[in-house]
Design a protein around this ligand. Structure first.
Ligand SMILES: Cc1cc2nc3c(=O)[nH]c(=O)nc-3n(C[C@H](O)[C@H](O)[C@H](O)COP(=O)(O)OP(=O)(O)OC[C@H]3O[C@@H](n4cnc5c(N)ncnc54)[C@H](O)[C@@H]3O)c2cc1C
Length: 358
């Protein structure tokens, strides 16, 4: 059902673009997307979509992550996205201690029973892992999850924007005190998908937030191209190791005390290259490129979304932390459902927005 409501989305990361996608699916045609872009987490991210072996106890986070991972294949098929943007090449998680490996395998088996998206799981010896990921030497056994996936944030956003035929207004916008966008005609609804920059955009409303920035860095190497079926490796005690169409990515760091700083930190890069060489000794000391981005995190490390207290037309999503590519599409889908029905019960996915904005 088409609707002529004028919608603004502020932020062109995973939340902003997938929100535009679900809005179009719901029949909204008048969508304006603003994105300033500097330091965006989505474009800097490693891209692992594989939440099922996580031992995080936060059930709401797990519900969102499971739902988000499951939404990708449908978005990718509908929008005709490339294998660079998204591919399901599987993930391998290793454990040094055989008892911990067995416990993780039990968890994986339980989750597999209710999660078709995982497809299949397999216990692999260190030698079997080395055969699946060419070039690596690894001391530990692990678990392979066939449904694990990987996205390239930049390719995903670009290809999705092309499919949506959406023009991104490259501008940093400010809100008015009444919760509209300064210098633009009033919108019927505005979605703040501003990631780590939430505090700044809320200031004119007299609201504050406990969302904080966290710096993340990763390195990439050009290598002989690996088969596109090469899985992502998440080795215990090392950084994650991801095959790409051009080589490999190793990362990512988490720095809580750097604010919005985007400078490449040589000590962190040295730590990343040491880890890269521990996994694949053939990798040289100097990576081809470094990516730096800013994640948004909350005191309880949980994402949140919903209506901004006191402003009927304003919706928000932030605090996606280090797994926001995974939870992002689920948050977007539920936000769009809330536009249609603001009374939608989302308590199985998030605490109230008032826990994070006040
Ligand atoms: C190094 C790194 C590795 C990561 N690896 C993974 C991973 O492997 N798997 C995973 O699931 N997640 C990963 N993440 C986390 C994930 O990238 C983020 O949680 C997610 O991308 C956040 O999406 P977002 O849309 O909320 O914010 P962002 O992608 O940061 O987008 C917010 C956008 O809003 C714009 N904006 C803000 N204020 C304004 C304004 N006033 N006007 C206009 N535009 C504005 C910003 O410029 C930015 O472009 C990683 C993150 C980093 C940094």
């Amino acid at each position: 059902m088409a609707t002529s409501d004028r919608i603004a989305i502020v932020g062109g990361g995973i939340v902003g673009l997938t929100t535009a996608y679900y809005l179009k699916q719901a029949g909204y045609t008048e969508i304006t997307l603003f994105d300033e872009g500097t330091g965006q987490a989505t474009q800097a991210a490693a891209g692992i979509i594989s939440p099922w072996l996580s031992k995080r106890r936060n059930q709401r986070w797990y519900n969102l992550a499971k739902r988000g991972a499951q939404l990708y294949p449908d978005i990718v098929a509908t929008a005709g996205l490339s294998k660079r943007a998204y591919r399901q090449n599987g993930t391998i998680v290793t454990r040094r201690d055989p008892a911990k490996l067995n416990a993780l395998y039990e968890l994986a088996t339980t989750r597999l029973a209710t999660t078709p998206m995982m497809q299949a799981i397999e216990l692999l010896s260190a030698q079997a892992i080395e055969q699946r990921v060419p070039g690596i030497t690894i001391p530990d056994a692990g678990i392979f999850v066939a449904g694990g996936a990987q996205i390239d944030g930049t390719a995903f956003l670009t290809e999705l924007a092309t499919f949506l035929e959406i023009t991104i207004v490259q501008e940093k916008v400010t809100l008015t005190a009444t919760g509209q966008i300064m210098d633009y005609p009033d919108f019927d609804q505005i979605i703040l998908a501003t990631g780590a920059w939430l505090s700044e955009i809320l200031t004119p409303l007299g609201l504050t937030t406990n969302v904080r920035p966290q710096k993340g860095q990763l390195i990439s190497y050009q290598t002989a191209s690996l088969p596109t079926t090469t899985p992502v490796l998440m080795p215990e005690g090392e950084y994650d190791y991801l095959p790409t169409p051009d080589g490999v990515i190793v990362g990512a760091s988490h720095e809580d005390d750097q604010g919005f700083d985007l400078t490449i930190d040589t000590a962190v890069i040295s730590d990343l290259t040491t880890s890269a060489q521990n996994i694949n000794p053939a990798l040289v000391k100097v990576p081809v490129s470094v990516r730096v981005g800013t994640r948004a995190y909350t005191p309880d490390f949980a994402p949140f979304f919903g209506q901004v207290p006191g402003y009927k037309q304003l919706f928000v999503a932030s605090g996606l932390g280090s797994s926001g590519l995974t939870t992002g599409p689920a948050i977007a889908q539920l936000l769009v459902a809330m536009l249609v029905n603001p009374d939608l019960n989302i308590s199985e996915y998030t605490k109230p927005v008032s826990e994070y904005i006040y």
